[in-house]
Design a protein around this ligand. Sequence first.
Ligand code: ARG
Length: 582
Amino acid sequence: MSWYKRLAAEMVAPLVEMKAEEAAAQMAQPPRPEMGDIGFPCFTLAKKLKQAPAKIAADLASRIVFPEGGVFEDAKAVGPYLNFSLSPDILAEKTVGVALANPRHWGRSESGRGKTVIVEYSSPNIAKPLGVHHIRSTMIGAALARIYRARGWKVVEMNFLGDWGTTFGQLMVAYKREEEKNPGQPVDVRSLLQLYLKFHEAADRDETLKDEARQWFLKLEQGDREALGLWKAFRDESLKELVKLYARMNVHFPESAFKGEAFCNDRMDGTIKRLGEKGLLKDSLGATVVDLEAYGMPPCIIRKKDGATIYATRDLASAEYRHETYHFDKSLYVVANQQELHFRQVFKTLELMGYDWAKNCEHVKFGMLAFGPGMFGEEAATGSTRKGRVVFLEDALDKAVEKAHALIVENARGDEVLANAAALAEEVGVGAVVFSEFTQRRTKDVTFTWDKALNLHGDSGPYLQYTHARLSSVLRKGGDRLPEAPNWKRLATRLEKEVMLKLAEYADALSLAENENEPSVAAAYLLELAAVFNRMFADKENHRLISDDAELTSSRLALVEAVRLTIANGLELLGLTAPIAM
Ligand code: ARG
């Protein structure tokens, strides 16, 4: 809730015998700025007092008093509303003034102080290159981790790698077959993918290869030296590649975050023992399961017929580990919609095990990523790796960067930008792909097109980056000197006030993004801020930013800097860079 909403509520509450929180909950922004900045509706009171709401509003307007130099300059009745208007200089002080005084703190909060959140995200199945759809969990999760941190939480990042399972057995079979043909071949991720494809090609013709793969995986589970050695080589190679790709997207997991399925191996016996002790295990056609029928769910399988543990078992073991180790207040799993049932089963099973912290586990789900027609050639789709039809994330980023490069060269003003075009293209191209993750609420499917993602004038990452570059350029022209003694009273136009009102919402947007685990709220906020600023910027006649009037210039440059700072901070939270020239 914005601070001024709270203050207005505190002023009106005693007059209407309400609690301030109750009054605040009813307050809303008037539809047009000239009507006031925040309005108190009189409908509920009207019912209670059996009077017309407009009359109550008028009555309140006549009774309320505003001290000189206060946050509000007046309040007037507009129909059934009592609308408050902020004093412009106080508004400026509380937004521009505060932002400039402590830029690193602007918009941040201590509300999470003392609390720990686990944010699990990305969590790919490794030993094959990342598919483009992995960007969703990766970017949504990374943004949430940063947003929680900005809100004072202790954040523990987790990457639950799919680094165990029969795929590794398959790779071993393919690797051994290749090695026979040409000894000493390298193992890198691209060749791992080739191995994977070759395995399936061969296994389609020769069924016995699948048994062989199962044998290899079994050897791995039993700790066979050769199998373990290959597994480790495959895993290390994948991880090396993964970390490089993450860095391109400004994602940096600490080493300790990579605790995947393999990590759970020696914890599972304990988990299964506890499940048994609680009387939760049942035999079902030879498999061991937790019966969830009473909760309208299929059974949660703990051990398959052949004794092998599965995905759910590992998630249970991992959840226990996470709680034991970090005593989290909240544990988020940023994973696609498709796994909804899986997580409901896992969380319910944890609850049945008697863990009251199960209620603090949350599946932060998201929709699918689809592409406009022909974006990556007709063949490509987000389809299966097996058929070789997956679009690799790295290739998608490369293509975005190539397109961004063309765009920059086309729009560049000045040789400096051109000289820097390659580096800039990386920032803008990657930014375009990353930001498109935040253009709608996460549970919706996203359709990605180059036109949308790279539109310099639309709701895109590059648009925000471009706005940031423009703001930076204004500040450079202004001599990069921040005003020493801005006079906030000089920021008095309607549009300036609108920009400042938007600035006042920054912390609220981050709060909402945290509460709803929804980085798109922060993205939408930044787009709105850029839009009001650009409206003011376009009205050059009334808003010359740099003029002979030193006081006005310094006040306006301060406003520009506050907006620039907010956009830069916000982009950083979402994982984008903020170029200073474009
Ligand atoms: N590795 C899984 C996949 O690619 C996602 C893991 C999600 N996280 C979890 N704790 N189960 O489908």
